[in-house]
Design a protein around this ligand. Sequence first.
Ligand SMILES: *Cc1c(COP(=O)(O)O)cnc(C)c1O
Length: 351
Amino acid sequence: MATETPTYLQKLKGIPKANFLFGPSPIQFLPRLSKELSPNGDVKVYAKRDDCNSGLAYGGNKVRKLEFLVADALAQGCDTLVSVGGVQSNHTRAVTAVATASGLKAVTVQEKWVPIDPPLYDKVGNILLSRLMGGDVRLNQEGFHIGHKEATKQAVEDVKARGGKPYYVPAGASDHVLGGLGFTNFVVELAEQEKLLGVYFDTLVVCSVTGSSHAGLITGAAAEGKGRKVIGIDASGKPEATKAQVARIARNTAKLLDPKLEIPDEAIVLDERFHEGIYGIPGPSTIEAMKTAARTDALITDPVYEGKSMAGMMQLIKEGSIKPGSNVLYVHLGGQPALNAYSSYFEEDTK
Ligand SMILES: *Cc1c(COP(=O)(O)O)cnc(C)c1O
């Protein structure tokens, strides 16, 4: 008997999308990390490697989201993507990458969102990649609150003044009507991979800051209706604001795909224990988790995002919040290019 394609899937497949990914991002079993966290073999840990999802400047979660936004920008006849982020933003590097690969220009405003200035912070890693790709990179030295909106507005005006047509991409490509679609689609992709692998992941663990990766997973899981748990790990240091944004994006995305699709409050889970008090700066649990992942399965994470969600997943397994018998999927969102700007946090390991 032919089963009918659900409403949300029909809608999702009908929304224009650029093609920036290699295909489905790989799913990898992590045998040594599993053993470390669950010595009896009760919990199996896998990673879906969205850090390896694309050939465009190292890829990552923003590239997946931007497939939908760039299709929209092209449909509107825009010629320049304008966006904003911190000095070591993965997002602005991804915006520059997808713009370049689509024949568009990119202007990115890079702000002091993180109150540190380690050696080469504004020279290596993500910002180096954006410069290498020929992006118009604008370091904004002003303080976070004053400079923020002004410099971005100015960037949009500058594009218009030279006769261009700007397309504004909000921070993290999140607070945008299409922002949640990339990771709703991720769940569809995952379900197809699960069929081939013969595994079902009952629990997904994901880092959450601007919220649309987490929100898209929640919408995708709600739409498929299998009862899959999605646990967000806050790395924003402002979990209340992040949680509100996740809820809003998840519900707006659901509404866009199927007016009947409800996202209950219980589906929005954000663990606040691992952000170490502030966005962009690792704490002891972050560094410890990064070392554990690197020294078991050579899984490399960054100190801003993935090290924090790794610390979260490790603790959830150790404390038994993730139950024996579980197959856990660590959703690896990328971010490794920033690591070189944080070498000073690993100096003791050079001795
Ligand atoms: C942006 C980013 C996140 C956070 O994703 P959001 O969708 O902004 O919540 C996590 N990890 C990496 C590597 C990122 O670049």
